[in-house]
Design a protein around this ligand. Structure first.
Ligand code: PEP
Ligand code: MG
Length: 891
């Protein structure tokens, strides 16, 4: 019989940390903590496979599940000495989701389950606190009605507000047991009136309702969006954790909180966290009340006056501190803990590897190597390559001296500037219009996720470092300031009030997620300096990786910044990009539009000196490192004059009238420019273009070698080759020019001629093409376009829909389609190397900076990856991780 249910508690558990796929992250770690003998409220986990079963069987549950759950429930009753639905010492349950990876706040939770008109009395009696019991009952009704029965919680809020008004009370805490009791009666009537069915009084019925609701929440829109953003497969499903309730809201000796074993923003080795006295767990994350610091040091650092847990409840604090140390040692990683203190007794509700900023991630990895906890390989594996984006974010220039109009907590690092918007919808609309925005909210919730994703930065006026906004922004690498208590959002008038200013929607502000400051207007920023822990990790990464990392650079600026990020050569110089600026585009347009060979030659004569000086500069900057220059590959439409003014200008320069010029432009019009007259096709139609470029490259190589003293071996790359004969034709022209330049300059030149593999035919005929090509570079942008037959310019319109509908799980233009495009690359590499065993292989499509694609490149034995300058550090780290994974036999 399938085992659907695993129990834990009282020093033992049926599963453990390695059962994450089965029990979900939360369930696996609860089981592990229980086995370690830590104080975990007893409970059970229904495995994630039951969620898949639920969806495959028309939202029903497997028959054998019921018996297993009831059996586990009996064990919880025995452990706690309480009885589910009991008229004395009633057992209450929490029912929570828990997927394989954490999806914070995305799915549903039901707390205080098991309360009804009878057990509420028993709970009040047992706790000696009727008010607490009725408050718990009304919370349960509200949560259950919302999550399970689908009745919006606002209906209940309205009743509560009305009652408070009637009673003349301001705070919920002022409401007495008797008053809560009559509010509960109104809640139950509301449910009957709105839904035509009563609130279920049978705790077993409540339990099954909650389990089904958690499974259903796996498919709610925000969970679906979150999975898409984080590449989490739908097939995983969520487990359900059913656990006996413990109460952080049983008076002033009770509390609930979250803690990190090291500071998640800076990485500093020190217990760090927040708690609320007399509160339930969700209150901390929701950011409804401003929490207090756990440690005295943290309290002093943040300038809070409310006491720390260390001072307020020293015994519980000492136990928490010891457990934190134990868990970090056990998992060899920084942990994120949730706990509740019920009348002085500490209970652990969760542990998991804590999310951290890139900076903290680096520091923790480096410190743990120094502490002897992990080895170098493990330290390299610990840093998420894409998180380096955060370190590369600009910071506010302190010399700007911009007046601070408000400040809050430095929740996610980096500076961001944008126009104020007050809702996620406005943020999305603004982004569609190409405007940059800062999402300003009192606090955020998972409903805001789409707006947070497109914002440059996020500012909230409430909530701590562990509030929703802070956690989500850190995960997304978006600068964020939370709890800016000196500012106020006035939603009625739609303004943000800061120190001496009133700002409206559309006004520009700058936030600094590293200092927590908010400034008016666009404040100048500084580029980050990469050193210290970053330098050590990158140094270790460089020592273990096999592939080299080059950059795609078309300008001296690109080349300089790529070198500062550690690029080891240029893998792609798109020469057509050298003509986008200034007067150069005129010469380029004249060349394209010329009607005769002489006319074209005249414009090429203008282009030659520009190209020669460009290449000389690139070779000089790269100082002997390999530089791959690709021959002209312009999709013509990007260069043709478009408006009347541009047409008139080019016509005048070429001595043509505007009408003839328009006719010429029309003649060059292509239906599918991306599949048209570009790449080597252009070189074959107009060999004089290749000849000019080859001359510029060789003359520049001679000049740069003289200047730097380092030999230059240019790698000339022919684009869009499908036939070996195409390459032969172009190579012949290049070789002829090389001989001419050697004779003219009296210098011996070394150079390589290779090709891009960016058409399926080229991949299939790689063995033949390798007879002429001295290297291959995979142009995976075009290879993806042509393998799928999806235009790279038009894909966005429908690939999003494909992802939403689950037709594809990621965009193949971002991360290589391993099954199709990957297969072609593998085959081409094998065939190419059969002909030319020492052939150099690389990749220069956008995928060259994508960690998953880089891992694939390692497995098929490429020599290098090439990516945009800012992605070079990411690629260095990803290449090291790929090498380690292969070494460990993990793929
Ligand atoms: C490619 O096709 O992957 C490539 C690098 O060339 P481009 O993007 O310039 O077509
Ligand atoms: Mg291409």
């Amino acid at each position: 019989m399938t085992k659907w249910v695993y129990t834990f508690g009282n020093g033992k558990a049926e599963g453990g940390a390695s059962d994450r796929d089965l029990l979900g992250g939360k369930g696996a770690n609860l089981a592990e903590m229980a086995s370690l003998g830590l104080p975990v409220p007893p409970g059970m986990t229904i495995v994630a496979d039951a969620c898949s079963w639920f969806y495959q069987n028309g939202h029903t549950l497997p028959e054998s599940l019921a018996g297993q759950v009831l059996e586990a429930l009996a064990a919880i009753e025995a452990d706690t000495g309480r009885k589910f639905a009991g008229s004395e010492r009633p057992l209450l349950l929490s029912v929570r989701s828990g997927a394989r990876v954490s999806m914070p706040g995305m799915m549903d939770t039901v707390l205080n389950l098991g309360l009804n008109d009878e057990t509420v009395q028993a709970l009040g009696h047992d706790a000696g606190d009727a008010r607490f019991a009725w408050d718990s009952y009304r919370r349960f009704i509200q949560m259950y009605a919302d999550v399970v029965m689908g009745l919006d919680h606002e209906f209940f809020e309205d009743i509560l507000e009305e009652e408070k008004g009637r009673l003349g009370l301001e705070h919920d805490t002022d409401i007495t047991a008797v008053e809560w009791q009559s509010i509960v009666t109104r809640y139950k009537t509301l449910i009957e009136d709105e839904l035509g069915e009563p609130f279920p009084q049978d705790p077993v019925e409540q339990l099954w309702g909650a389990v089904a609701a958690v499974f259903k929440s796996w498919m709610n829109p925000r969970a679906v969006t979150y999975r898409h953003l984080h590449d989490i497969p739908e097939a995983w499903g969520t487990a359900v954790n059913i656990q006996s309730m413990v109460f952080g809201n049983l008076g002033n000796a009770s509390a609930t909180g979250v803690a990190f074993t090291r500071n998640p923003s800076t990485g500093e080795k020190m217990l760090y966290g927040e708690f609320l006295v007399n509160a339930q767990g969700e209150d901390v994350v929701a950011g409804i009340r401003t929490p207090q610091s756990i440690t005295e040091a943290g309290r002093i650092a943040s300038g809070m006056d409310k006491p720390s847990l260390e001072k307020l409840m020293p015994e519980a604090f000492a136990e928490l501190n010891a457990i934190a140390t134990r868990l970090e040692e056990h998992y060899c990683d920084m942990q994120d803990l949730e706990f509740t203190i019920e009348r002085g007794k500490l209970w652990m509700l969760q542990t998991r590897s804590g999310k951290r900023t890139a900076k903290a991630g680096m520091k923790i990895a480096v410190d743990m190597v120094d502490e002897g906890v992990i080895d170098l390989d493990e330290a390299i594996m610990r840093v998420e390559p894409s998180s380096l984006d955060q370190l590369l974010h600009p910071t506010v220039d302190p010399r700007a001296n911009a007046p601070v109009i408000g400040s809050g907590l430095p929740a996610s690092p980096g500076a961001a500037t944008g126009e104020i918007v007050f809702s996620a919808e406005e943020a999305v609309a603004a982004q569609n219009e190409g405007r940059k925005v800062i999402l300003v909210r009192v606090e955020t919730s998972p409903e805001d996720i789409h707006g947070m994703h497109v914002a440059e930065g996020i500012l909230t006026t409430r909530g701590g470092m562990t509030s929703h906004a802070a956690v989500v922004a850190r995960g997304m690498g978006i600068p964020c300031v939370t709890g800016a208590g000196t500012m106020r959002v006035d939603m009625r008038n739609e303004v943000l009030l800061g120190l001496g200013v009133v700002l409206k929607r559309g006004d520009v502000i700058t936030i600094d997620g590293s200092s927590g400051h908010v400034m008016k207007g666009a404040v100048p920023t500084l580029q980050p300096e990469l050193s210290g822990d970053f330098g050590r990790i990158m140094g270790w990464a460089d020592s273990v990786r096999r592939m080299t990392v080059r950059t795609n650079a078309d300008t001296p600026t690109d080349a300089h910044s790529a070198r500062s990020f550690g690029a080891e050569g240029i893998g792609l110089c798109r020469t057509e990009h050298m003509f986008f600026e200034g007067d150069r585009i005129h010469a380029m347009r004249e060349m394209i539009l010329a009607e005769t060979v002489e006319g074209r030659q005249a414009s090429l004569d203008k282009l030659l000196p520009m190209q020669r000086s460009d290449f000389t500069e690139l070779f000089t900057i790269m100082h002997g490192m390999p530089v791959t220059i690709r021959l002209l590959d312009p999709p013509l439409h990007e260069f043709l004059p478009k408006n009347d003014e541009e047409v008139a200008e080019v016509a005048a320069a070429m001595g043509m009238d505007a009408i003839t010029m328009r006719e010429r432009i029309d003649a060059l019009h292509e239906f599918n420019p991306m599949l048209g007259h570009r790449g080597c096709r252009l070189a074959i139609s107009h060999p004089e273009i290749v000849e000019m470029q080859a001359r510029a490259i060789f003359e520049a190589a001679v000049a740069a070698a003289k200047e730097t003293g380092a030999p230059v071996v240019p790698e000339i790359m022919v684009p869009l080759v499908g036939l070996r004969a195409e390459l032969d034709y172009v190579k012949e022209r290049i070789d002829t020019i090389a001989r001419a330049v050697m004779t003219e300059s009296g210098t011996e030149l070394s150079y390589l001629v290779g090709t891009m593999i960016e058409l399926p035919r080229a991949a299939l005929r790689a063995h033949e093409i390798a007879e002429a090509a001295e290297f291959f570079s995979y142009g995976t942008n075009d290879l993806t376009q042509t393998t799928f037959g999806i235009s790279r310019d038009d894909a966005a319109a429908f690939l999003n829909t494909y992802q939403r509908k689950g037709v594809i799980d990621h965009d193949p233009f971002i991360s290589i389609d391993l099954d199709g495009v990957g297969e072609l690359m593998k085959l081409a590499s094998e065939r190419g190397r059969k002909t030319r065993p020492d052939m150099k292989l690389g990749i220069c499509g956008e995928h060259g900076g994508d960690p998953v694609s880089i891992h694939f490149c390692e497995t098929i034995g490429l020599d290098y990856v090439s990516c945009s300058p800012f992605r070079v550090p990411i690629a260095r780290l990803a290449a090291a991780q790929a090498a380690i994974r292969v070494k460990r036999g993990e793929g």
